[in-house]
Design a protein around this ligand. Structure first.
Ligand code: CA2
Length: 152
């Protein structure tokens, strides 16, 4: 069951995640981004949630999409923003400001366990504005996040 039937889950993916399944399978697994979208579609259907699923390599476009999610949030139509901001996680004050400025309920998501990797991946600008942070579950994390936000 869900507490949010009919609401929308925004799933945003940042730079290079379009390469999923093509390289570095030891870190990110063998699934493609299309597989992840399908997994999210199935999970949202199970909870009667609408899905918006997007990927961009451009920081400004991601900012615009956070604003779009924010407008849905203002209309009480947003279940949550599930955001794998990729490398922008570790660099982008602009994305942090967008999340803070809109007040969207944020799940920060990473496929890999960023804390077991290089030191520069240990810090996230987004975590300060996140309601929850999920990492290290592989692409299954997307489904876990949707199952969780369906109860928010
Ligand atoms: O673990 C994650 O999901 C990351 O957000 C992925 C980002 C990385 O910069 C973060 O530190 C952690 C990188 C995404 C690049 O994805 C690729 C997938 C396959 C091949 C090459 C890149």
């Amino acid at each position: 069951m869900t507490s949010n039937p009919g609401k929308t889950v925004f799933v945003l993916n940042g730079p290079n995640l379009n390469l999923l399944g093509t390289r570095e399978p030891q870190i990110y697994g063998a699934h493609t981004l299309a597989d992840v979208q399908e997994l999210c579609r199935t999970a949202c259907q199970r909870h009667s949630l609408q899905l918006v699923f997007r990927q961009s390599n451009h920081e400004g476009e991601l900012v615009d999409w956070v604003h779009e999610a924010g407008r849905l949030h203002a209309q009480q139509q947003l279940a949550a923003l599930i955001f794998n901001a990729g490398a922008y996680t570790h660099t982008s004050v602009a994305l942090l400001d967008a999340v803070k400025g809109t007040g969207v309920p944020l799940v920060e998501l990473h496929i890999s366990n960023v804390h077991a990797r290089e030191a520069f991946r240990h810090h996230s600008y987004l975590s300060a504005a996140a309601r929850a942070v999920l990492c290290g579950f592989g692409v299954q994390g997307y489904q876990l996040a949707i199952d969780a936000v369906a109860q928010w």
